[in-house]
Design a protein around this ligand. Sequence first.
Ligand code: AMP
Length: 426
Amino acid sequence: MKILVIGGGGREHALVWKLAQSPRVTKLYCAPGNAGISQQATCVPISADDLPGLQKFAEEERIDLTVVGPEAPLALGIADLFRRNKLKVFGPTKNAARIESSKAFAKDLMLRQKIPTAESQMFESASAAIQYLNSRPVPIVVKADGLAQGKGVVVAQTHEEAREAVLNMLEQHAFGAAGQRVIIEECIQGEELTVMAFADGKTVMPMLAAQDHKRIGEGDTGLNTGGMGAYAPAPLATPALRYTIMREVLYPAIEGLSRVGSPFFGVMYAGVMVKDGVPYVLEFNARFGDPETQVVLPLLKTDLVEVLEAVVEHRLDQLDIEWSDAAAVCVVMSSGGYPGNYSTGVPILGMPDSASSDSVMVFHAGTAWKDDQIVTSGGRVLGVMAVSPSLKQARNRAYETVQVISFDGHYFRKDIANRVLKEREA
Ligand code: AMP
C-alpha cells in the first residue's frame, strides 16, 4: 500500500514511524515532512495547505491512502476535495472540522448536545468584551475564535491582563483573522486530560488518555505553547472517567455532528478539564494531537493501517483495537525564545542513532537538512520519546536522551510527568 502523510511536525513523524512498522505499507511519502521524517519516508516539497498540489501528487503516484496530520488543510477542505476525486483520505470534512476551526461552532454544538463546558460569551467589539469581563471574576480565559496553533488562549490572572489580551486580539490583530472574534470564558480549575478517539461517523473508539503540558514554564507557568511534553496513559483517566467522557462528550459530539449533516470521520480530540469528576471540554480538535500522538501511538499494538482503513471504510465496529500496558513520555526540546521569537538554522548535535534502541525515539518537529547537517527550523524542534514498563522509567529514559542532544539556546521543561509521579508516590 502507498501512503501519503500530510504535514511536517512531530505528530507527522510519529505517524510515519508507526505506519512504517506496518507490513501492509510498501511506500511512504510525506508532504512536506522534515529532516527526521526523511529517514523513514520520501519527503515531497508540497506544502500542507497546497490542496491542488497534494491532489495532483496523490493521483499521479496512485496513493492508496492519505493521512492528514494538521488542522489547516482540513479546515480548507482537503478531505472533501479528495473524496470528490475518489481518493481515500483519513480526516474529517471541512464542515465537520469546524469543531476545531471555529470555537463558536464548537460551543454551539456543546450547548445543543449538553456537553459539559465552561460558560462563555463571544465578542467582536473590544469595548463590549471588556465591559463583560470586568463584571466577571478572575482568573478568566480569553480565546481567539479561529486557528492560532494553540497560542490564541490567555488564562488571565487579573482583569488588566484579560483586557490586554482582548485588545491584542481585536485591535492589534495579533492572530489576524483568527482573532476577529474572541471568546471570554469562565476559568475552570482542575486536572487537564486529552482523550483522542477514532470515529467513523457512527462508531467511536477511544485511544489511551494522555496529558499534555501546554505552558512554556515549569510548574505550568508562562505562555501557552503548542505543547512542551506529554505522557500516556494518564492515571487520572480511570475506567469510570473514560466511560463518562465517552457518554457525555464523545458520543454526543459525534451524534450532534451527524445531526447537522456533518458526520465526523477521523480523529476527534477532546481536551478536557476534570473538576469534581466532571470532564468540562476546553476544546475539540479534528485531528491527532501534538505532542499527544507521540506518546499514544507508541502504545498502539494493532496495525495503524488497519485502524485508519476501518475508519475510512466505516467499519470501525468490526475492529478490536489493542494497547500495550507500558507507558510513554515525550519531552519537547524547543528553540530558545519560543513561543515568542527564536532563531532557526541552528545545528543540532548529539542526535542518537534512531536504530540503536527500540524504546527511545526522537521525533523531529522543526528540523531541516542544511548541507549534510540537521538544523533547527521551528519553535518546537524535537520530541524525545521513551516507552518503558513504568511511567517513571519512561520519564527517566526520555530525559537521559534529552541530555545528550544539544543545540544553541535549546530549552526544555524539566518537569514533564513529574506531578503525576509525585502524586502516585504520595
Ligand atoms: P485550548 O486551546 O482551548 O485548549 O486552550 C489552551 C489551554 O488553555 C488549555 O489546555 C488550558 O490549559 C487552558 N484553558 C483553556 N480554556 C480554559 C478554561 N476555560 N479554564 C481553564 N483553563 C483553560
